[in-house]
Design a protein around this ligand. Structure first.
Ligand SMILES: CC(C)(COP(=O)(O)OP(=O)(O)OC[C@H]1O[C@@H](n2cnc3c(N)ncnc32)[C@H](O)[C@@H]1OP(=O)(O)O)[C@@H](O)C(=O)NCCC(=O)NCCS
Length: 268
């Protein structure tokens, strides 16, 4: 019979998804025989009854500071996850997607414990909930702590889907009116920013399934079409068609769909 990990890709709304995810991650983590690391696995995974509890504990421990105790954060995060269980499912789906896409990710416990892109993303999800609930100073506090702690700046008003991979993460900036759909991968140093010339809706829309390479700067209210790729260090100032690849500064299209074509003069 196919195991949970054989049955990729998953939809996080699939019945039993969260339970199977948790059982698999727990079995991987709690079978560890290295005495020195067993305590870390126990505190963060094995001692918890479910994934929501483990996530609450992890995020609270990461974000506590002298203004907000770990206990106060645990209360806030737990009540947020209870009110918005979609966050828990999205977090599990991010881990599964990362395992699926990242050759350097050996199991489900590794991104949960050690990948700061994952930690930043889940902290953002809580901040976004607080933002929508009108608790804006609290949401800004989360944004600020995430930036201080992980070097990743995600505005709490941004809208981000699920099955998202943030690889490495350092230096990522995601502006206020950014929309990121499901199944997107972002590498370190990506900026999804405004041009500085507009107000209102001024940040990019990243459609489903895109890959945005390390250091890419995507500026303005433009669209990166579904399943497009943006090369590392590119500067994108116009729309990128679906399933195409944009590279360079200013970015040009080097591939479109499955065909290799000469897009040297294709303006974006
Ligand atoms: C763009 C990318 C996805 C490759 O796509 P591809 O379709 O396989 O493209 P190719 O490698 O065949 O290159 C096509 C052209 O784009 C150029 N190119 C590729 N990546 C580029 C980049 N990041 N910047 C500028 N030019 C680039 C190639 O030199 C080639 O140019 P040419 O046609 O003039 O010879 C890949 O190069 C990339 O940038 N990936 C990002 C990965 C990343 O960020 N990794 C970080 C890990 S920590």
């Amino acid at each position: 019979m196919a195991t949970f990990l054989d049955r990729f890709p998953h939809s996080s709304s699939e019945p039993g998804f969260l339970e199977e995810f948790w059982t698999t991650m727990r079995a991987q983590a709690c079978g560890c025989s290295d005495a020195l690391i067993q305590g870390l696995f126990a505190v963060n995974i094995c001692n918890h009854a479910d994934f929501a509890s483990a996530l609450t504990s992890l995020i609270s421990a990461k974000l506590t500071d002298r203004a907000m105790s770990e206990a106060a954060l645990m209360h806030l995060v737990a009540s947020t996850l209870e009110a918005s269980p979609d966050i828990v499912r999205a977090a599990a789906s991010d881990i599964v997607a990362t395992f699926q896409r990242d050759p350097a990710c050996p199991d489900l416990a590794t991104p949960f414990l050690f990948f700061k892109g994952f930690h930043a993303l889940q902290s953002y999800r809580i901040a976004h909930h607080l933002w929508l609930a009108g608790r804006r100073p609290l949401a800004y506090h989360f944004q600020s702590r995430v930036n201080e702690k992980f070097g990743i700046d995600i505005h709490p008003a941004a809208r981000i889907g699920q099955r998202i991979t943030i690889d490495h993460g350092t230096g990522i900036v995601i502006g206020e009116t950014t929309i990121i759909e499901d199944d997107v991968s972002l590498f370190q140093g990506v900026t999804l920013g405004g041009t500085g010339k507009n107000s209102g809706q001024r940040h990019p829309v990243i459609r489903q399934g895109c890959m945005i390479g390390a250091g890419a700067k995507i500026l303005g209210h433009l669209e990166i079409g579904a399943h497009a790729r943006v090369g590392a260090a590119s500067v994108v100032l116009g729309n990128v068609p679906p399933r195409s690849t944009a590279v360079g500064n200013p970015a040009r299209i080097v591939r479109f769909g499955d065909m290799d074509q000469d897009f040297t003069n294709y303006q974006i």
